[in-house]
Design a protein around this ligand. Sequence first.
Ligand code: FES
Length: 483
Amino acid sequence: MAVVGAGITGLTAALSLARAGCDVVVLEADRIGGGVTGNTTAKLTPLHQLVYAELADRFDPATARSYAQANADAIRWMAATVVDEGIACDWRSQRAYTYAQTAEGVDRVRREVRAAVEAGLDATFETDTPLPWAVAGAVSLPSEDGAELHPVRYVEGLVEAVERAGGRVFEHSRVLGANRLGAPRLRTERAEVSADRVVLASHMPLLDRGLWFTRLTAERSYGVAAPVTEPLNGMLISADGPTRSLRSHPYGDGELLLVGGEGHVTGEDDNTPARYEALEAFASARFGVEGFTHRWSAQDLRPADGIPYAGPLLPGLSGFWIAAGFRKWGLTNGTLAALIVADRLLGRPNPYAAAFDASRRTLRQSAGGVGRELVKDGRHLVGDWLRLPLRGTDALGRDEGRIVRVAGLPAAAYRDTNGELHLHNPACTHLGCRVAWNAAERSWDCPCHGSRFGVDGSVLQGPATRPLGSPLRGPHQSRKAPA
Ligand code: FES
């Protein structure tokens, strides 16, 4: 078996398969846990903001129940794995809250309490929370049902467990392609890997089979951290906008307050540094913190019908399997999707397989999400290219990136801190949408399906597998800025 991606999803699948005696190889494009897993706020809870009212409305109470119980089981599996494998990851049981500060928010929170209870969770309505300000109301789950941890230490523990079980994990092994017919073969820069089955656990699948790009929307979100003296004693997320996700984590002799939020569709924000500033302003105003020590961002995939996908990439295509679309709750949704895929590959029954099946027919429930994605992609694929940039490279300051006009054609231009200009063809090498500059991460991000490229054009994140090309005119090169 081969697994693509060494985040929590890939490593959980790999461990399950290796424990069952399978010969498992994990291929990671970058570093273990270096993608979304290492950049999550790492809250383990089945309370995903207001998901149960949403799922009960969109589907039915039984589906909401499957989502709740699958997440609860995933947390129990993780807790047992931490003990069984001796993983030191700062695991701390913790109460979860979704809090509201408006009358409308409280109504939604009350509905969520009812829907979560109907889904089998021990949810309660609370007015007291660990926050240092009054809230109008919150839905809460007890600490027995949730936990927080250090996500990188957890996945490093999974790697050791995979290797103890006989599996092998390779970093810096980006999969560049796969064969379309016959038994799966994966091509990396240095090797070709043959496998009877492949689990794609690297978010947007790199294989363009099954129109996955219409069913998943790539979104970025941001986090900041600042030292505090006391733990927050809760994992919280706001019910009202803008979303604020909060917890604390042990740090030296004290704690770090983690604040997340400011999500947006990848490639659709032209002032991403302001996202960090908004989170820091919120934390300073609400918690009185200063001296922020960390900033980070991550990219998640939102599934069209609201439920992650776990199963064969295409019905009847047994070689490639997918686990993706975790709606920003990847530590639990990623774990449960991996466990479903592993069970199905091993021929074991899994009570949640049908609800999360990647081939499920949810046309009515998916229609809104698929429609929005198609409109968005069309807007970018056609509209962006019709808008010719007016400016050339002369006005580009140091450490600035922008789509500019070079010889009448658009080019992705970045002038680094030394004044050197880096020019690339702005056409995403996946399906040709025009990339946009992300100043917060110094990257070129594709608004269609979330591929990301470095200032040197290299692939940071798929589904693209090839670097940005040369500018439309002239060779692919860096040029010194004019004096
Ligand atoms: Fe699909 Fe860029 S990621 S066109």
